[in-house]
Design a protein around this ligand. Structure first.
Ligand code: FES
Length: 155
């Protein structure tokens, strides 16, 4: 689907801005908002480009940079922090060979931090795209990353 086809699924009302940005980011294989996508959105909703860019920059769920096929969002909020999520983040960085905020050279994984994922009772937690993973430890993280690598290799 083209950018225009996606945008036209929504009524041209300003309250649809976030929904349109989500839809445009989701259809891009590198899960980010391109300049064209932002410009077309501004035109369609009769908003200034700077206001659309401002919204896209404000929300951490949007990216203006190409990202990996799998976006890992590790909860860095209070409960997970208490449960030593920092050592898990370090383990993920080692495993993936990147720092938080970066994307692997093969464009498979991006590593990001997140606010509370609402999974505190089973913390520490992270999401990979739309999937939630709880009760994490180093071994579980290795398994999860291994599974996603296998899936990618088989597709
Ligand atoms: S603090 Fe991490 S899931 Fe709530």
């Amino acid at each position: 689907m083209s950018i225009q086809e996606i945008i036209k699924q929504f009524e041209p009302r300003q309250h649809n801005l976030l929904n349109i940005l989500h839809a445009l980011q989701d259809i891009h294989p590198q899960q980010y908002l391109t300049e064209d996508a932002l410009d077309e959105t501004a035109r369609y909703l009769k908003l200034t480009k700077s206001s659309v860019y401002g919204v896209a920059r404000y929300y951490t769920m949007f990216s203006l940079q190409p990202r990996g096929r799998y976006i890992i969002r590790v909860c860095a909020s209070a409960v997970c922090e208490l449960l030593k999520v920092n050592s898990l983040i370090a383990a993920l960085e080692d495993l993936l060979g990147i720092k938080t905020g970066e994307t692997t050279a093969d464009h498979l994984f991006s590593l990001e931090l997140s606010e509370c994922l609402g999974q505190c009772q089973e913390a520490p937690s992270m999401m990979v795209n739309d999937q939630v993973f709880n009760n994490l430890d180093n071994e579980r993280i290795r398994e999860i990353i291994g599974q996603f690598r296998q899936t990618a290799a088989g597709s």
